[in-house]
Design a protein around this ligand. Structure first.
Ligand code: SF4
Ligand code: SF4
Length: 239
């Protein structure tokens, strides 16, 4: 089997299989999870009641259980947590319905922390899981939005409240009021001011979000840097 550790980011090779990954690598990854300041607020022990599973949409469709995630974390079961980091956590839709936990746990939050550690360390599982989202990431970061006018339908956004219905019923009016390039298409989005896009980019830069993107997709990161270089120059910003 192939080696599993490459400094400095400990990229874990998928072909190695969970059991072949060095124990020290798993310990190091989970140490990052446990050290996250959010972690103690997301886990207070587990009753094994299964309420989170009943509330979880992903548990209905996948071999996935927020209860298993909470229990593995509560037991500090490094091997199981690593296995979950490679597979289970990518099935979560981050809806946080599991906040109904009577113990006050936040399994979705634990998963958020585990995902961030997986991305920061460039795990292949993270790269694979996020591969399909590269274009969406690029679209949001380069245009400031992902939603285009014709996507605003009540069926598509049931959780956005009554305003979506109002907008969808008056799409013709909205289209007349919007810049032509945002019309009739899911390829373009609402026009966002350059200044706003630059501000968003700087936030992502300062918070380390861009570093995380580089870990999962170097190509998209490179293109994004090129696209933003000109905009930063226009705004008189040097990085
Ligand atoms: S946040 Fe994840 S684990 Fe929690 S209910 Fe939603 S899909 Fe399930
Ligand atoms: S709802 Fe809370 S206590 Fe019950 S199984 Fe899920 S994490 Fe454990």
């Amino acid at each position: 089997m192939k080696t599993v550790t490459e400094d400095p980011y400990m990229k874990v090779d998928r072909v190695a299989g969970h059991e072949d990954v060095e124990r020290s690598t798993k310990e190091s990854l989970m140490a990052e999870v446990f050290a996250d300041p959010r972690f103690p607020h997301y886990l207070y022990g587990c009753y094994e009641c299964g309420i989170c599973v009943a509330a979880c949409p992903s548990a209905r469709f996948y071999d996935f259980s927020p209860r298993r995630v909470a229990q593995a974390a509560a037991r500090r079961d490094i091997d199981l947590m690593f296995q979950q980091m490679e597979e289970d956590i990518w099935e979560c839709s981050q809806c946080f319905s599991c906040l109904r936990c009577p113990r006050g746990n936040n399994p979705g939050g634990i998963i958020t922390v585990m995902r961030e550690v997986a991305v920061k360390n460039g795990l292949h599982s993270a790269q694979e899981a996020l591969q399909g989202y590269s274009r969406i990431i690029f679209k949001i970061m380069s245009t400031g939005t992902q939603v285009s006018p014709d996507m605003l339908q009540p069926d598509a956004f049931p959780d956005w409240g009554p305003e979506v219905k109002d907008v969808s019923e008056n799409l013709d009016l909205w289209r007349r009021a919007l810049p032509p390039e945002t019309h009739h298409t899911t390829k373009t989005g609402w026009a966002v001011a350059d200044k706003t896009i630059v501000e968003l980019y700087l936030i992502w830069l300062e918070t380390g979000a861009l570093d995380m993107i580089r870990q999962v997709d170097e190509g998209i990161h490179m293109i994004l840097e090129e696209v933003m270089e000109e905009r930063l120059e226009d705004e008189g910003i040097e990085i």
